[in-house]
Each structure stands twice: as structure tokens, then as C-alpha cells.
Design a protein around this ligand. Structure first.
Ligand SMILES: *[C@@H]1O[C@H](CO)[C@@H](O)[C@H](O)[C@H]1NC(C)=O
Ligand SMILES: *[C@@H]1O[C@H](CO)[C@@H](O)[C@H](O)[C@H]1NC(C)=O
Ligand SMILES: *[C@@H]1O[C@H](CO)[C@@H](O)[C@H](O)[C@H]1NC(C)=O
Ligand SMILES: *[C@@H]1O[C@H](CO)[C@@H](O)[C@H](O)[C@H]1NC(C)=O
Ligand SMILES: *[C@@H]1O[C@H](CO)[C@@H](O)[C@H](O)[C@H]1NC(C)=O
Ligand SMILES: *[C@@H]1O[C@H](CO)[C@@H](O)[C@H](O)[C@H]1NC(C)=O
Ligand SMILES: *[C@@H]1O[C@H](CO)[C@@H](O)[C@H](O)[C@H]1NC(C)=O
Length: 329
């Protein structure tokens, strides 16, 4: 063989070697390139090139797992300059385990219902974007979903009532959207040994809390700044494992003195409601307290960390008195 054909042979062998090293599944590559098109070919995706391997960590935000035969399992796009509708083809990356879409204020449109086809998803974050429309209707088929963070968007419509059926769910973050309607009765039936946090704050939720929430026994319950009303005492309970309850900025109206606090509670914000009565027992372990702007009356206790709370935790009630407010007559 002459030198030229030797070189040619080496070239063939090399290109075979590189192509066998190319792990990207053709289906995934096709879908990612389609997503790039749907995002209007932004410059930060210039690494998404048809002739390169999407699984070698050179494609911005993409990673694959050898456990799933080198299918794309992670997609992360955050904090880049992007003006586009939400890409509809995301629901086709069928082996996706983690989708992280964060801080993209000019990403608009609705979250496609097809995202619920991603039944291998474990972590889903779509946060601080301009997406609007309803929360997709996840069903028990999303059996791996652990964390569902759709906070800080422009989502509207009601809370999805079937969410309690997702068997692995731990964190539900829907705060800072424009959600309306009441809290579904079914939200009392979350798996208490699985779910840890429910944050529905800063929406437009309204109506009374369902009594079924007495069953809810999770670490963190945040309902702040909605238009909820009536009784919220069922959220409390001496046998619960609650650490944090924030129901501030609503129209709740109930006797504070009659609630039963968990032994674990450390953070309690009930400010800006119409809550009446005096202080409940068992506040020794509370390290953050805000009861301001309510209708409480009586002497402020001197237990636990109360000497560390300043007047702003207690102001604007009906007739609270004693340190740090003026003394009782
Ligand atoms: C995504 O899936 C839908 C149907 O499920 C199909 O119509 C569409 O062509 C797919 N898109 C791509 C890029 O494969
Ligand atoms: C987002 O980008 C800005 C400027 O490029 C940077 O200052 C900031 O730390 C970034 N934030 C995150 C969460 O990556
Ligand atoms: C969003 O769009 C506005 C107006 O087109 C532009 O000025 C801004 O830089 C964009 N921001 C991001 C983070 O893409
Ligand atoms: C809540 O609804 C009122 C009208 O009922 C509207 O003025 C307000 O902007 C809404 N707030 C949010 C955060 O969507
Ligand atoms: C509830 O959650 C625990 C802990 O995550 C899990 O082991 C259990 O299988 C779940 N139960 C149901 C009915 O999903
Ligand atoms: C405060 O915490 C301690 C230790 O965790 C616990 O034993 C005690 O019962 C708690 N007190 C109250 C009033 O909940
Ligand atoms: C308690 O809430 C009121 C009303 O929102 C606020 O002005 C005050 O700063 C808060 N105090 C503390 C200690 O958080």
C-alpha cells in the first residue's frame, strides 16, 4: 500500500472510532436540535451542533447517563439571555430525570401538557420565568417526581387536585404565581411520610381551608399572602412534626389561644389576619414569631425566645401588652 492509502485507512479507522465513541442517541439529538430551533437558535446553544456528541458534556446544559444506555437524562438552562416561547418538544426527551429551567424572564407561553409524559422525571424546576397558563395535570404516572418547583412564574388557574396521588412527591413549590380558587380537599391526603414542604404563598387563592388539612403532617406549610379566610387551626396539632407555618397576609379568623403547637415548631408567622384570643401554650421552642396586625389581646408571655423578639412581631393588635410593647396596666 502506498502512503496515501495508509493515511486513508487510518482516517477511516479514526472516524469509526470517534463515531463509536459518539454516545448521543439519535432520537435525543433530533429532539434537542428541534428544541434549539424552538428556542430561536440562541447563541448560548451554539455548542448544540448536529455533528457532535450530545453526551460528552460539550453540549450546554445537557448530560446523559450510562445507566440508561446513554440517553439524555438532565437538561439545565438558567440565567442566560433568551427570548422565546416554552419549547413544546421538551416533553419528548423521554428519559429525562431532571429538568431545570431557571431565571429566564423572557421565556413565555404555557408549559405544554406533554411535560406530564416525562414519567421518569425526578426533579422539575421551572422558576423565575415568564411562563403563564395552568399547572399541567400530573397524574400518578409521574411516579418518580420528587420535587415540583413551579414558583415565581405567571401561572394562573386552580391547584391540580390529583397531585396527592403522586407517590414520590416531597416538595411542592407553587408560590409567587397567580393561582386562584380554593385549596382542594384532596390536599389533606398527601403522603405524610413523603411530602415535606407545601408552598402556595403569594398567589390569589381564596375561600376557607378544607377541614381535611387536619390530616396534613409535613415540615413546612406556607400559605402567606393569598385571600384565604376562616379557620386555619387545623394546620396545627400537638402530634404533628411541623417546623414552619406561615399563614400571614390572609383573612384568617380563629382563636389563637386554642391552637395546639407541635413540639418541633420553630417558625410561626400569622401576621396580617383577623386572629383573636391570647397566646397558646408550648411556644418555648419558637425562634421566629410574627403575630402583628391581628386582633390578639392580653399579656405577651416571657417564655423561650420571647425576649429576643422586638415590637414589630407584636404591633397592631387589639390589646396586647407587656415587653416589648408597653406594660399592661
Ligand atoms: C414529539 O412528540 C409528538 C407526539 O408525541 C410528535 O408529534 C412530535 O413530532 C415529536 N417531536 C419531535 C421533535 O420528535
Ligand atoms: C446570573 O447571572 C448574573 C450575571 O450574569 C450573575 O451575577 C448571577 O450570579 C447569576 N445567578 C445565578 C443564580 O446563576
Ligand atoms: C428580556 O427582553 C428585554 C426586552 O426585549 C431585554 O431588554 C432583556 O435584556 C431580556 N432579558 C433577558 C434576561 O433575556
Ligand atoms: C388577585 O386578584 C385581584 C383581583 O381579584 C387582582 O387585582 C390582583 O392583581 C391579583 N393578584 C395576583 C398576584 O394575581
Ligand atoms: C409514602 O412515602 C414513603 C416515604 O417516601 C414511601 O416509602 C411510601 O411508599 C409512600 N406511600 C405511598 C402510599 O405512596
Ligand atoms: C422543645 O424542644 C424540646 C427538645 O426538642 C422538647 O423536648 C420539648 O418538648 C419542646 N417544648 C415544647 C413546649 O414543645
Ligand atoms: C412582622 O410583620 C410585619 C407586617 O408584615 C412587619 O412589618 C414586621 O417587620 C414583621 N416583623 C418581623 C420580626 O418579622
Amino acid at each position: 500500500m502506498n502512503t496515501f492509502s495508509n493515511l486513508f485507512l487510518i482516517f477511516i479507522l479514526l472516524s469509526q472510532a470517534t463515531s463509536s465513541l459518539s454516545k448521543c442517541h439519535p432520537e435525543d439529538k433530533k429532539i434537542l436540535l428541534q428544541i434549539k430551533k424552538e428556542l430561536n437558535n440562541p447563541t448560548f446553544l451554539s455548542s448544540w451542533e448536529p455533528h457532535t456528541d450530545c453526551c460528552n458534556f460539550k453540549w450546554f446544559g445537557v448530560s446523559c447517563s450510562s445507566l440508561t444506555n446513554d440517553r439524555v437524562t438532565d437538561l439545565s438552562i438558567s440565567n442566560v439571555t433568551l427570548t422565546s416561547q416554552f419549547p413544546p418538544s421538551i416533553g419528548n426527551i423521554s428519559y429525562l430525570r431532571s429538568l431545570f429551567i431557571y431565571h429566564l424572564p423572557n421565556l413565555t407561553g404555557t408549559i405544554p401538557e406533554s411535560i406530564t409524559k416525562l414519567t421518569r422525571l425526578v426533579y422539575l424546576t421551572i422558576s423565575e420565568t415568564g411562563v403563564t397558563g395552568p399547572i399541567p395535570k400530573f397524574t400518578a404516572q409521574s411516579k418518580s417526581l420528587v420535587n415540583l418547583d413551579l414558583s415565581h412564574n405567571n401561572l394562573f388557574g386552580g391547584l391540580p387536585p390529583l397531585l396527592y396521588k403522586l407517590p414520590s412527591l416531597s416538595g411542592i413549590l407553587f408560590n409567587n404565581n397567580k393561582l386562584t380558587g380554593s385549596i382542594p380537599r384532596s390536599y389533606g391526603y398527601f403522603n405524610n411520610s413523603g411530602v415535606a414542604a407545601l408552598d402556595l404563598s403569594y398567589n390569589n387563592l381564596s375561600g376557607k381551608l378544607p377541614i381535611s388539612l387536619a390530616n396534613l403532617d409535613i415540615y413546612l406549610v406556607e400559605l402567606a399572602y393569598n385571600k384565604l379566610e376562616g379557620d386555619a387551626s387545623m394546620l396545627f396539632g400537638s402530634n404533628k412534626k411541623t417546623l414552619v407555618i406561615d399563614i400571614s397576609g390572609n383573612n384568617f379568623e380563629f382563636d389563637f389561644g386554642k391552637i395546639e403547637l407541635s413540639k418541633t415548631i420553630t417558625t410561626l408567622d400569622v401576621s396580617h389576619n383577623k386572629i383573636y384570643g391570647n397566646f397558646p401554650m408550648g411556644m418555648e421552642n419558637v425562634t421566629f414569631l410574627n403575630v402583628s396586625y391581628n386582633r390578639l389581646c392580653g399579656e405577651i408571655p416571657k417564655v423561650g425566645y420571647f425576649n429576643t423578639f422586638d415590637g414589630s412581631s407584636f404591633i397592631h393588635n387589639k390589646c396586647l401588652c407587656g415587653s416589648p410593647l408597653p406594660s399592661c396596666k
